[in-house]
Design a protein around this ligand. Structure first.
Ligand code: IMP
Ligand code: MG
Length: 184
């Protein structure tokens, strides 16, 4: 990704779709539900790097029951902003997950390919239970059948940035979710 200057960088943040406050209150609600359904059980939150790192950081701090955290990294191959459909695991968990209720923490579901792959892989390791919480869901873009157990926001087929989500590795540090301007 290349920008002419800082104005060009800023101009591509087209409009804010979801504010910090909206994110905060949705996370508080989701954390309460997780607290209630997994009370006292061994929970392992598994976040998919890089995109979900901000969501993971906020969600795990809103959860009050005991939980452990872990990370995996996947590479989805992209042609610009369009997924090519190939997914590989580039960093795996270092734990035996068979003793945990595993909750996968993802930033966004687009084609569904990433989660389908990750869920398939983790299920083979026989966790006590396996569920998926995603910050964002773009159901209209699905290419393979996949549904999260919990989606905090459903959004239209737009390319979004911020709160962990990138375009060409930029914009992950925006505190809100914005629409990316693909035109300019
Ligand atoms: P999927 O495998 O097509 O469901 O895509 C999942 C991954 O694609 C996400 O974890 C993101 O890293 C990336 N992605 C999908 N849509 C967007 C978007 O609108 N903005 C930024 N990244 C996205
Ligand atoms: Mg991601």
């Amino acid at each position: 990704m290349e920008f002419k200057d800082i104005d060009d960088y800023k101009k591509r943040i087209k409009r804010i779709l979801i504010t910090e406050e909206e994110i905060r209150s949705a996370i508080a609600k989701a954390a309460k539900e997780i607290d209630a359904s997994f009370d006292g059980r061994p929970i392992l939150l598994v976040s998919i790097l890089n995109g979900a790192f901000v969501f993971m950081a906020d969600l795990c701090r809103a959860i009050t029951v005991p939980c452990e955290i872990g990370f995996i990294a996947v590479k989805s191959y992209y042609d610009g902003t369009v997924s090519t459909g190939n997914v590989t695991i580039t960093m795996d968990l270092d734990r035996d997950i068979s003793k945990y209720h595993v909750i996968i923490v993802e930033d966004i579901i687009d084609s569904g390919r990433t989660l389908k792959e990750v869920v398939g892989m983790l299920r083979q390791r026989k966790p006590l239970s396996l569920s998926v919480v995603t910050l964002l869901d773009k159901p209209a873009r699905r290419e393979v059948e996949f549904e999260a157990d919990k989606a905090l926001f459903t959004i239209p087929s737009l390319f979004v940035i911020g709160y962990g989500l990138d375009c060409g590795e930029y914009y992950r540090n925006l505190p809100y979710i914005a629409e990316f301007d693909e035109e300019s």
